[in-house]
Design a protein around this ligand. Structure first.
Ligand code: NIG
Ligand code: FE
Length: 418
């Protein structure tokens, strides 16, 4: 018998998230995090081979002379965080918009004046492949240090066929060149560039862009910014229906700034996830629950837009909508890489318990990007993506905020950050 490469043992608390890999956790199941006291996990060749108490794992025969042992005594062990909604592939930054925001200029007004997303489109177009990759690599490195081991990345700062293909190609390259696993999403319908009407640009995406992205297999998901003044429910339905025909899985930025029926459209199309949802109607929430659509909530965006308005997570959980959490990391509405910050905001403002928040940031987030068979829980057969958190108990995770609770990050069974 071959021995494990790595053993984490003696964790005060190990959160396994076991039992949710088949379908996302909803309702009361979001509180079932699979706690083990004196927990241990053994990994070999990148995968988890044994999970249990320290005594059980040691008795299982996996631990031999060549096994590296790390004690997690007094600490919490959890699955690596999965961030299922980011826009990290871009060049530049937009700190200049802070003063506009503080003067009360709305986010969509900045975009209408040619700033916002369109300003990042310009800075990205001017950058070389290497510059975009170097800047994105740094963001991913920050994410890793904060415990994130799998990340969805959307294109959408290109808005032409060539620039969108370039972004998706760079995501693929970065996926193989650094530690975090990346899941690519095509989001060409992120803003309407100047020179186009909404309808003309929608036609362009449908006829000229989507089929090329599909033919080259550059993305798994297709996403749309469905928002009045950007892409209407009608345009979003046209784009996502075409994407579905081309075998993309679907996502939608829905009901973020205005109630427009985005959640209802998400349910009608059977998307994998509907994201933001601050203004989702009661009927929209019921429809998401009915269809089993995952709500990806982004409290760091609410926080950063400073509008004191957060998604109705408690109503969603009561209605049976599976909830996931993400950073929405992007240069405008959410310039952060921190899932620990998102967990704190989720507890304070979405009113999730620490258990629900951690479920939302691990196994439900993995479901939201089609990776629940591989990551999101500490179970035999899954990838060895494990965190040792430098905290005494689970409540401490959202409680002590603005710092990094992560002590050690293990990706595919190897220590990659500590
Ligand atoms: O999810 N809503 C659209 N896209 C991003 C913002 C992108 C940006 O401002 O650059 C979001 O908030
Ligand atoms: Fe977003």
């Amino acid at each position: 018998m071959k021995f494990a490469d790595l053993l984490i043992h003696s964790a005060s608390t190990m959160v396994t998230m076991e039992g949710h890999s088949g379908s996302p956790a909803r309702g009361e199941k979001m509180s079932e995090v699979g706690l083990r006291e004196d927990g241990a996990v053994a990994m070999r060749e990148g995968a988890i081979v044994a999970v249990g108490t320290t005594e059980e794992v040691l008795a299982g025969g996996w631990v031999g002379p060549e096994t590296r042992r790390i004690s997690a005594q007094g600490k919490v062990v959890s699955p690596g965080f999965v961030d299922p909604h980011t826009h990290v592939i871009y060049a530049g930054s937009r700190e200049n918009e802070l003063s506009l925001k503080l003067k009360g200029v709305p986010y969509l007004e900045i975009l209408k004046q040619g700033g916002g997303i369109l300003s990042t489109v310009r800075s990205t177009k001017q950058a070389t492949d290497e510059e975009i990759k170097a800047q994105t690599r740094r963001r991913l490195q920050t994410m890793l240090s904060l415990g994130t081991t799998t990340v969805e990345v959307k294109s959408g700062y290109g808005l032409t066929l060539d620039e969108e293909m370039r972004a998706l190609r760079l995501i693929k390259e970065l996926d193989s060149e650094q530690v975090i696993d990346l899941v690519p999403t095509f989001m060409g319908a992120h803003a309407v560039p100047s020179g186009y009407s909404e309808e003309e640009f929608t036609n362009y995406i449908i006829a000229d862009v989507l089929p090329q992205i599909a033919a080259r297999n550059l993305a798994e998901f297709c996403d749309v910014f469905c928002e009045p003044g950007i892409f209407s429910v009608h345009s979003s339905e046209r784009i996502l229906s075409k994407a579905k025909q081309l075998n993309f899985r679907l996502k939608i930025h829905a009901d973020e700034l205005d109630a427009a029926g985005g959640a209802e459209l998400a349910a009608k199309l059977g998307v994998t996830s509907a994201d933001h949802l601050l203004q989702a109607s009661d009927g929209g929430i019921a429809a998401l629950a009915e269809q089993g659509v995952i709500a990806v909530l982004l409290p760091a965006t609410s926080f950063n837009l400073a509008k004191n308005s957060y998604a109705r997570a408690r109503d969603m959980i009561s209605a049976g909508v599976p909830v996931a959490l993400a950073t929405d990391s992007n240069p405008g509405s959410s310039p952060t890489e921190s899932m620990p910050l998102v967990l704190t905001l989720a507890c304070l403002y979405l009113r999730l318990t620490p258990e629900e928040a951690l479920t939302a940031a691990t196994i439900n987030a993995a479901h939201a990007i089609g990776r629940a068979d591989e990551v999101g829980s500490i179970e035999v057969g899954k990838q060895g993506d494990v965190l040792i958190l430098d905290i005494p108990n689970l409540n401490y995770l959202p409680y002590h905020f603005g710092n990094n609770p992560v002590g050690t990050v293990i990706k595919r069974g190897k220590v990659v950050w500590n």
